[in-house]
Structures are given as structure tokens and as C-alpha cells.
Design a protein around this ligand. Sequence first.
Ligand SMILES: Cc1cc2nc3c(=O)[nH]c(=O)nc-3n(C[C@H](O)[C@H](O)[C@H](O)COP(=O)(O)OP(=O)(O)OC[C@H]3O[C@@H](n4cnc5c(N)ncnc54)[C@H](O)[C@@H]3O)c2cc1C
Length: 393
Amino acid sequence: MTTAEVSDEDFQEILAQTRHFVRTAVVPREQEILADDRVPDDLREQAKKMGLFGYAIPQEWGGLGLDLAQDVELAMELGYTSLALRSMFGTNNGIAGQVLVGYGTDEQKSTWLEGIASGDVVASFALTEPGAGSNPSGLRTKAVRDGSPVDAPDWIINGQKQYITNAPTADLFVVFARTRPADAKGAGIAVFLVPAGTPGVEVGAKDKKMGQEGAWTADVHFSDVRVPAGALVGGSEDIGYRAAMTSLARGRVHIAALAVGTAQRALDESVSYAATATQGGTAIGEFQLVQAMIADQQTGVLAGRALVRDTARKWITDEDRRIAPSAAKLFCTEMVGRVADLAVQIHGGAGYMREVPVERIYRDVRLLRLYEGTSEIQRLIIGGGLVKAAQKR
Ligand SMILES: Cc1cc2nc3c(=O)[nH]c(=O)nc-3n(C[C@H](O)[C@H](O)[C@H](O)COP(=O)(O)OP(=O)(O)OC[C@H]3O[C@@H](n4cnc5c(N)ncnc54)[C@H](O)[C@@H]3O)c2cc1C
């Protein structure tokens, strides 16, 4: 079991500050974020100052050093507003940053982690490719050793990644590439640290997405990109696939918590609307069928919150780092989809109008069931894992 780097008292302070920031500084500017498709620079600066680009990076490297139990509490606060806010520093703390924290050499950590923790460096996680999303073991981006220098040859990377979060602003790509065909020894996938300015790295145009305005994704192309031997994460070709899977599993608990935060917001919007909007002079919240929708929303939020807290605890104690994260992501992201749908229903026609928060929420949360493993993939991990364990007994 790992011990938290941050005392409960200090953490409560961080949590209160984050809650204050989200509710008083970001919530009032949600329409601006949506209309401009951009998180305003002053909010970005405030987030940087608060340490939010590195809340899950160890203190040794300048981060806040939150453990996963604290991370999920923070995520439940961040989920309360436009998900673009969290996305801005999500890859630094999560899928990209955790590859370095868990698997980087000391030299790689000291080169990159402080910048990542401060927000001076934006790190992107580049795994998905056309035809290799749910099944990344099929990825075709290739890294081959060059002949020189003889003692520590460079790597040459060629390939294409798609839907890469924060690619348009990234300083560093954490790139998964095949160094050999999969064999009995492993998937043959390594992971490399590729600075965005390296010749041959080309970031495509910003994707036009369904929701999460202000959070940017793009394709990234690698054409004969030369990186030194020291760019290979952990100095080993064999850790790429494991690093991706561990980083994604941890990320799933965080996404589950984010979903709970957004579901709480959708519930709050629904309750306040139901309490005040009237039909025929009666507040719609007095109709029992509307109360039933609110009851289903509340039940989902409470169940999701309990599940993410339990899952984070099991991660920290190492009791379950596979089935529970997938179950939490599956349940909470499906739950928020249903809660957001009910929120639109409770708002009636108003729920279909731009500038009404639940309309944005309905679109924002759709992504949560797709990335970091679709709901189908979570079911395969859970069901497959349980059956395999039973067969081993
Ligand atoms: C906005 C956004 C941001 C993203 N950010 C990143 C990022 O930063 N880095 C990154 O690397 N990736 C990122 N992704 C990629 C994301 O993780 C993938 O899109 C996701 O894993 C699904 O892969 P896919 O799109 O190839 O769909 P597919 O894998 O083709 O899935 C299509 C459908 O088939 C189903 N399916 C696939 N395989 C199976 C199976 N074996 N059994 C049953 N059903 C199956 C899926 O569940 C789904 O319903 C992002 C995606 C989006 C949309």
C-alpha cells in the first residue's frame, strides 16, 4: 500500500480551492468556452498557478502528489463544469504523465516531469491509429534503429496517430510504436518521448467534434522522425504495451469520477429547473413523473460516487487494478449518459437549446463512453478477466 504524499488537511484545502475555482471562475464562463472553442488564457494561467497541471505528479518532480483516492475527489469537482477545463491538463496528469511517472528513467523524469507538473510542457498520449483504437496491439506506427551512433543508435519513427487530445498545443508526444512483430515475449510495442518540434512531426488540423468545445484533438503524423536512444521510455522495448495498459486503467478510475461530477451538475440543474419552471401554474417538480426522473438521477450519482471511492481505494492497496477500474468506468460513464438524457427531458424544449447547460452536458459526456476504452471493451475486460481467473483456479 502506498502512503499519500499529501495530508488530509492539506488535501481538503486543495479541494476547497478547486471547488471555488470551478464554481466561481469557470462555471460563469462556460458559454464563452463553448462559443470560442477555447479555454481562456486567464483560466489556464489560474489553473497553472493552482498546480492543476501536475496534481497527480509526485512532489519530487514539482507536482501536488495526489494519490488516486484524492485524484477522484478532485475529478468529481472538475467534472462540474465544461469538460474542456479538465482536458487541458488531463493528459499531463493522466495517460501521458503517468507513463513517465511509472516507467521513465531518472533522466527522462528529470528532463520532463517538472515542466509537465508546472504546465510549461503539455504532454499528449499518442496511442490510437486508424484501425487500432479498441485494439492497440494492431498499431502500425514503426520505430526502427538507425545504424548510428554505433554505441546508442537513434530510432526512426514512421506512422500516423488519430484523435490525439491536446495535440495542437502539445510540447511532448508520448508515442507508442512497434519495434518488432508481436511474439511469445510480448506485443512488440515500445513507447518513445518525442518533442513536438522534432523534424518530421506534423500535427493535423483541429478535429471538429460533437462536444467538449475548448478541448482539442488532432491527427499526428510521424515521417522519418529521428529521436535518440534516450527517448525510449524506461530504456526498454518491452514496456510500451504494459505502460499503456496501466496508464489507461488508472485513467479509467479518473474518468469514472469525472462522470460522477458531471452527473451531479446535471442533477443540480434539473432540480433547480424542476423547482421553478411551471406548467399550468404548477412547478414541474411537483409532478411525480418528473420526481421519478430526478430520483433516478440522484440514485445514479450516489451509486457512482460510492463506486469510484471504493475503486480508488482498491487501486491504492493494489487489491484490484484491472476489473474494478473497468467496472467503475463502465458504470459511471453509462450512468452519466442516462442522467444527462434525463436532464434534457426534465428541461423539456429548453433542454434542446444551446446555452442551456444540460444541452452541453448531454454532448460533452458522450465521449466518456468512447475513449480510454469503449463500454464494450470494459465489458470484455471485466467478463473475460473473471472467467480467466476462474479457469486458473
Ligand atoms: C475526443 C477524443 C479524444 C481522444 N483522445 C485520445 C488520446 O489522447 N490518445 C489516444 O491514443 N487516443 C485518443 N482517443 C481515441 C479513443 O481512445 C478511441 O477512439 C477509442 O478507444 C475507440 O477506438 P476507435 O475509435 O478505433 O473505435 P473502434 O475500436 O473501431 O470501435 C468501434 C466500435 O466497435 C466496438 N468494438 C471494437 N472492438 C471490439 C471488440 N473486440 N469486441 C466488441 N466490440 C468491439 C467498439 O466498442 C465500438 O463500439 C480519443 C478519441 C476521441 C473521440
